[in-house]
Design a protein around this ligand. Structure first.
Ligand SMILES: Cc1ncc(COP(=O)(O)O)c(C=O)c1O
Length: 497
């Protein structure tokens, strides 16, 4: 290593361990340079991925995390501190979710692990209670997070997905029809990620009780948000343990609990469910091995930071953060509703904003490209085509700026409708609408291989993939063919884009 690098691009690629150790100062400088290429999350330019409750809170979390940087929760006898903190975090969570004194659970590394565990737990419960089931399945909405698909893939559980109604909530009648003798669990979300709506948890709870099935509510996003929006007086349907049929809830502290990353929870109504989550190996020559969740080594930092962070904020701090996130949400929703040609997809009492074009002549993804040119990281969604914003307290300061840029972007795309067949707009449009989903999967798999493959070249993912080639060759013609296909489909089936 030589002089202080000015930017990430100036850093020489690392191909092997350096022969001799490098000076700390130089490496810390390189880390700062690497940061330089990242999105400006602190400035509110990204809506998801990072939940920021201010510099003072972050500094405090780092200190708490650092105190338990080396400790390992795998052995609760060695680190009784971590066991106690985990228990107390779980107690705070269970009480917040209106569980009674029987409610118990574990911390996990994130929402994905919590959902993987829910599926594994209920599969194993069914194995015990209904051993004749050969091909277990889970019934859930199409809007449920892909971590459920991952769980199904990992654990050999089939997912049966119910469609949404016009308000993007799962259609309970259609979901009920998917339940069969191999169903081991029902799942739904509060709120679901794509559009931010709460599924009808009360109705689903009744259904679960009537069928004698466990019911998991994925409140990874809402767990540490909805209770505080409710305290602010927002009209909030019941969705937690107050619904008798709900048997477990996942809630991420590293989202709206504004904790350090690596902190989620899964809480069960009682130990009768939780006990099916645990793993015990008795014959390992290394001794008896017990694991309450998925990892072996359990880092102490996220547990300590969550324990300290929740208490540092307290209920009034979390209510205040929820209030600011809600104010930002209202500002954004009102601003979007005032822009001619755009529509809000939903208006639920959660802090996710979802918008789309309301005008066939205005391409949503072309507007998204314009926003990206103005420095915003945009979450494009499909089926139907929409744009997603997970709004946090940190976004209150930039809501007006976002709306001004969105207004300008819409005006620009109206003046240049040909933008829909250029750049990312064309690529995302094609990926969203191509009926051959197998081809889309192959293209995405290729892209991931490129990202993790041995290639030396610094490739931009997807840019020279098969879909990019298709677009280069056929451009507007490919999109027009899809328009034609969509209108044919809607005439025959009554479906849309
Ligand atoms: C509703 C929902 N569930 C689960 C998850 C997965 O959480 P994580 O990314 O922490 O694994 C997410 C992530 O955004 C989510 O929105």
């Amino acid at each position: 290593m030589s002089n202080t690098p000015a930017s990430a691009a100036a850093l020489a690629p690392i191909r092997a361990l350096p022969e001799h150790g490098c000076p700390h100062a130089e490496l810390l400088e390189s880390l700062r340079a690497l940061h330089g290429a990242d999105v400006d999350w602190k400035g509110g330019r990204v809506f998801s991925l990072v939940y920021h409750a201010g510099d003072a809170h972050s500094a405090f979390l780092k200190e708490a995390h650092a105190q338990f940087f080396s400790e390992n929760g795998l052995n609760p006898l060695a680190f009784q501190s971590l066991k106690r903190m985990e228990k107390e975090v779980m107690r705070m969570t269970a009480t917040m979710l209106h569980g009674d004194s029987n409610a118990v659970g574990t911390m996990t590394s994130g929402g994905t692990e919590s959902l993987l565990l829910a599926v594994k737990t209920y599969r194993d419960l069914a194995r015990k209670k209904r051993p004749w089931i050969r091909r277990p399945n889970v019934v859930l909405p199409v809007s449920a997070h892909p971590a459920f698909d991952k769980a199904g893939h990992y654990f050999g559980v089939r997912l049966k997905k119910a469609p949404l109604d016009a308000e993007m909530r799962v259609d309970v009648k259609k979901l009920a029809r998917l339940i069969d003798r191999n169903t081991v669990m029902i799942a739904a979300s509060a709120p679901q990620y794509p559009h931010g709506v709460l599924d009808p948890i009360a109705e689903l709870g009744e259904l679960a009780r009537a069928k004698g099935l466990p019911f998991h509510v994925d409140a990874c996003v809402g767990g540490f948000l909805l209770p505080f929006l409710e305290k602010l007086g927002l009209p909030m349907p019941l969705w937690d343990f107050r619904i008798p049929g709900v048997t477990s809830i996942s809630a991420d502290i590293h989202k709206y609990g504004y904790a350090a990353k690596g902190a989620s929870t899964i809480t069960y109504r009682s130990i009768d469910y939780l006990k099916h989550q645990f793993f015990v190996a008795t014959d390992f020559p290394g001794g008896i091995y017990v694991s309450p969740s998925m990892p072996g080594t359990r880092p102490g930092g996220p547990i300590a930071a969550a324990w300290a962070g929740l208490q540092a904020l307290g209920e009034d701090g979390l209510v205040d953060l929820a209030r600011r996130a809600w104010e930002a949400t209202r500002k954004l929703r009102d601003g979007i509703a005032s822009i001619d040609g755009l529509r809000l997809v939903t208006d639920d009492p959660a802090t996710i904003v979802c918008w789309a074009s309301a005008d066939p002549a205005l391409d949503t993804f072309a507007v998204a490209d314009q926003m990206e040119d103005r420095g915003w990281l945009v979450d494009r969604q499909h089926r139907p085509t929409t744009i997603h914003l997970t709004v946090t307290a940190n976004h209150l300061a930039i809501a007006d700026h976002y709306i001004a840029d969105l207004r300008a972007s819409v005006a620009h795309v109206r003046a240049h409708p040909e933008l829909r067949s250029r750049g990312n707009a064309a690529m995302y449009g094609l990926v969203a609408r191509l009926p051959a989903r197998g081809a889309v999967r192959l293209a995405v798999e290729k892209m991931v291989e490129q990202m993790y493959g041995p290639d030396d070249a610094q490739t931009v993912p997807g840019q020279d993939g098969p879909l990019a080639k298709l677009l280069e060759k056929y451009g507007e013609r490919a999109l027009s063919a899809l328009d034609h296909f969509d209108s044919l489909k809607s005439r025959v089936l009554g479906g849309g884009k």
